[in-house]
Design a binder for this molecule. Structure first.
Ligand SMILES: NC(=O)N[C@@H](CC(=O)O)C(=O)O
Ligand SMILES: [Zn+2]
Ligand SMILES: [Zn+2]
Length: 438
């Protein structure tokens, strides 16, 4: 296998040095790196750029099978590589649903054929996402996809008995249930966050308590059963308080926040553009502040993009008819730099923790999220933190145009991504034909 020498990079934004990648592993960091490089080593001049462990997204929708008009495994994972990712967890709400060994193995195979990132299919909790009986979680766990993360995301596991059984079942293989916390009865017909703006616009509100009551129930169930819970896309200050309480009590719960909930508020609904329609809804600036604080202090463990591509016809319509969801893989790192790094709330090591190491640990990956040290798998992202760019939806690599940031200027640009020692992105664009593992 070819070796690659990354020269002049700043690991975690620290002093410039060289990193040598050989045979899918980091062979050396520092002066030894260039000393050990051979004549065949490919040199990449990355002077002054920040090197991070390849990013890991615990929450991606790739849409295939069934939703290929919005995204395929190929286009979604290519977008992920461009965003600096080397692994993604692909949510189960496909058609057919990822609720059997056959479907998760199909997604695994499509991911391997594409070759842009490691694809880890998430298994559905309930058969067909119907919420009434468990899927064949054991078969998915034992399959080639080795599923450890289970979720009905897009829908809430609202039946407490089903949730209890799911939490019990995953204990035998160290799995985790990732809950989309949304009480269905409290959110019937809901269009946006319930508050002053929804009242003014006359749109049906989605109260914070619809999320918080489910999280409160589930941390208690998790404690009772002695299992492991991951809470998807936290969006309210009250949810943060419950997670903080649960962690202090020793309950094994991890929490996620999306980039958009760290930046945008329900004020965006005044545009009536469904680009800002998302589940859970954009909340208030007080919620945004609580989420930023919680990510900085560790109450929230990870950033998940909740990359949710939708075809144009589902977004180019009036608010009430629009689909919930926004794309995020190609802008996540920039939004995190904008909201957390530029503001001084987090350093680059903290960013690597919430966007790489901890998501890998939650999903029980052993070859992702490792520190940039000799012996680690050679998954590396190189970012130019100083450049500012204006987001152009049509220029993105995802097949869908539903980014909420079109026309917005954001800091930071991924310049290179290496997956198991092989470049998938160079000079900010996907490497042609990287998409085969050779
Ligand atoms: N986030 C969204 O608004 N939509 C997601 C589902 C989900 O994450 O709940 C989707 O699949 O489109
Ligand atoms: Zn969800
Ligand atoms: Zn989702």
């Amino acid at each position: 296998m070819t070796s690659h020498l990354l020269t002049g990079v700043r690991p975690y934004g620290e002093d410039p040095t060289d990193i040598l990648l050989v045979d899918g592993a980091i062979a050396a960091v520092g002066p030894e790196a260039s000393a050990q490089a051979s004549q065949d080593t490919v040199r990449h001049d990355l002077e002054g750029l920040v090197a991070l462990p390849g990013l890991v997204d615990i929450h991606t929708h790739l849409r295939e099978p069934g939703g290929e008009s919005a995204e395929t495994v190929f286009t979604g994972t290519r977008a992920a590589a461009v965003g600096g990712y080397t692994a993604v967890f692909a949510m189960a709400n496909t058609t057919p649903v990822q609720d059997s060994a056959g479907v998760v193995e199909q997604v695994l195979r499509l991911g391997r054929e594409a070759g842009w990132v490691d694809v880890h299919p998430v298994g559905a909790v309930s058969a067909g996402l119907k919420g009434d009986r468990l899927s064949d979680m054991g078969a998915m766990a034992r399959s080639a996809a080795r599923v450890r993360v289970f979720s009905d995301d897009g829908r809430c596991v609202s039946d407490p008995v089903l949730m209890r059984r799911a939490l019990e079942y995953v204990k035998s293989f160290d799995g985790v249930i990732a809950q989309h916390a949304q009480d269905p009865r409290l959110t019937e017909g809901a269009q946006m966050h319930e508050g002053a703006v929804s009242a003014e616009l006359g749109l049906q509100g989605w109260p914070a308590v619809a999320e918080e009551s489910v999280i409160a129930r589930d941390v208690l169930l998790t404690e009772h059963v002695g299992s492991r819970l991951h809470v998807c896309h936290l969006s309210t200050a009250g949810s943060v308080d419950i997670i903080r309480w649960a962690k202090a009590r020793g309950i094994r719960v991890t929490a996620e926040v999306t980039p958009h909930h760290l930046l945008l508020t329900d004020e965006m609904a005044r545009t009536y553009s469904p680009l800002y329609k998302v589940n859970p809804p954009l909340r208030t600036s007080a919620d945004v502040e609580a989420l930023r604080q919680a990510l900085a202090d560790g109450t929230i463990d990870v950033v998940g993009t909740d990359h949710a591509p939708h075809p144009l016809e589902d977004k180019d319509c009036e608010w009430a008819a629009g689909a919930f969801g926004m794309t995020g893989l190609e802008t996540a790192l920039s939004v995190l730099i904008e909201t957390m790094v530029s503001t001084g709330r987090m350093g680059w090591r903290d960013l690597a923790r919430v966007m790489s190491a901890t998501p890998a640990r939650i999903g029980r990956l052993s070859d992702q999220g490792q520190d940039l040290e000799p012996g680690a798998a050679a998954n590396v992202t190189v970012v130019d933190p100083d450049v500012r760019r204006t987001v152009d939806g049509a220029a993105q690599w995802t097949s869908s145009d539903n980014t909420p940031y079109a026309g917005t200027e954001l800091p930071g640009q991924v310049r290179a991504t290496f997956l198991h020692g092989r470049p998938t992105v160079l000079d900010g664009v996907p490497v042609v034909a990287a998409g085969s593992r050779a």
